[in-house]
Design a binder for this molecule. Structure first.
Ligand SMILES: Cc1cc2nc3c(=O)[nH]c(=O)nc-3n(C[C@H](O)[C@H](O)[C@H](O)COP(=O)(O)O)c2cc1C
Ligand SMILES: [Fe+2]
Ligand SMILES: [Fe+2]
Length: 397
């Protein structure tokens, strides 16, 4: 990516990887690629915010060089040490001999573990600030959003919040601002990012958002470490973060299943038909044909979660089981749910699904069939789906 001016004397100097489709080593399908954002503030003290993933250091340093001689960087701020942002830290350290590095204590320790170096580090925490000339930068630590080391940096002079992974989206583009790309695609990627990276930290996020809200910063730009900078749609994305972090949901349903010989699938289709007959949209997800991260994105704000699996060797089938493991850590409340599935003789999968779901959802009775479902059993699935949709609607009323 060519360098882009974000605001007077603030440049976006990061890199774009259009070809990264399997971020986090295949645990996140990044259909639209990834950017690793890094920002350079040219003030009395030349300040660099975050680095980029290893492998992109040459392009990144060239971007910096287009603005200033990297050896003249005085300050490097490390908002987050995950290797997609810190991977090029050792490279920049070799060039910036005089730079002071600012970040949390946990970030310092983490970088030493990763790279064996941390440079001339100054530990900072919430409430502390740094004068770089015209600007005073404020640090806001945001532990576990989404790593223990994470922090945000705010420049009141520019009204920019450098938000690390917060408010990020995996969206490779040479554009810089939210209003330069399709709004719906952008929000879709922001939702997918929230669901897959931030959802398990809902409570912390809700608390942090309310603290930031009370600070009345008058934020005009939110510059995350991935994707576009929020400029036009700040209130929309803030509202979304409030909405997602408070476990709010829409009256829609996901019917998620895994099947060996399609018996459970036949049940799934009938259950979804039943829901749809009541005007409640139900989307079918065969976990072997959909990416887990897309399903997660859909269920983030779906009120009804219906999970089906046949039983294999007394267990839930393996792929849906891994999705349920993720769902478990979200600790989401306020959902409605039930389990279903076909089995042969013992049928443990259904009870095991219920044991996971009951922690965070109001559970309706399960539906089960032995081997291939009969016409009558399929009608029952339809009726159960219909009844479930009616309950979802009542819950809203
Ligand atoms: C390898 C294998 C292991 C199985 N283990 C169990 C089991 O432990 N308990 C059980 O009730 N059914 C077991 N079954 C039977 C299936 O659950 C049953 O055939 C069911 O109808 C499959 O539904 P599906 O077509 O939706 O996959 C097993 C089937 C296979 C192929
Ligand atoms: Fe991260
Ligand atoms: Fe990241």
């Amino acid at each position: 990516m060519a360098i882009k001016l974000v605001k007077d004397n603030i440049y976006s100097v990061g890199v774009v990887d259009f070809n990264e489709k399997h971020f986090h080593d295949h645990t996140y399908l990044t259909r639209r690629g990834v950017t690793y954002n890094s920002y350079l503030i040219v003030d009395e003290k030349i300040t660099l915010i975050d680095t980029v993933r290893r492998g992109f250091e040459k392009e990144w340093i060239k971007n910096i060089r287009n603005v200033v001689d990297p050896a003249k960087i005085d300050v490097i701020i490390i908002n987050h040490i995950e290797p997609d942002h810190s991977g090029s830290f050792p490279e920049i350290l070799k060039i910036c001999h005089n730079a002071k590095i600012y970040g949390t204590e946990k970030a310092k320790l983490g970088l030493i573990k990763y790279y064996g170096v941390c440079g001339d580090w100054i530990v900072v925490k919430s409430g502390q600030n740094l004068n770089i000339g015209k600007r005073i930068l404020n640090f806001i630590d945001v532990p576990m959003i989404h790593w223990p080391d994470s922090m945000f940096t705010y420049s009141a002079h520019d009204k920019i919040l450098f938000s690390s992974d917060g408010f990020g989206q995996h969206y490779a583009t040479n554009k810089v601002f939210d209003d330069e790309v399709n709004f719906f695609i952008l929000m879709d990627e922001a939702q997918k990012y929230y669901a897959n990276i931030l959802w398990p930290f809902n409570l912390l996020i809700a608390n942090k958002l309310s603290i930031i809200n009370k600070l009345n910063l008058g934020i005009e730009l939110i510059a995350p470490s991935h994707g576009l900078i929020w400029r036009k749609h700040i209130s929309e994305i803030m509202k979304k973060y409030h909405y997602w972090s408070s476990n709010s949901s829409l009256n829609r349903v996901a019917v998620i299943y895994e099947t060996m010989w399609q018996s459970t699938e036949k049940m799934a289709k009938k259950i979804a038909e039943g829901c749809n007959s009541e005007g409640v949209e139900a989307v079918l997800f065969d976990v072997t044909k959909n990416d887990r991260t897309d399903i997660t994105s859909y269920i983030l704000d779906a009120k009804g979660w219906i999970f089906g699996s046949s039983t294999q060797n007394r267990e839930i089938l393996p792929i849906i089981s891994s999705l349920l493991n993720f769902v478990k850590v979200t600790k989401s409340k306020k959902r409605m749910s039930f389990a279903f599935g076909s089995y042969g003789w013992s049928g443990e999968a259904i009870e095991k699904i219920e044991n996971i779901l009951c922690d965070f959802a109001a559970l309706e009775p399960s539906v089960r069939t032995i081997f291939n479902p009969t016409e009558e059993e399929l009608n029952k699935c339809y009726e159960v789906g219909k009844y479930f949709a009616m309950k979802i609607k009542i819950d809203e009323a």
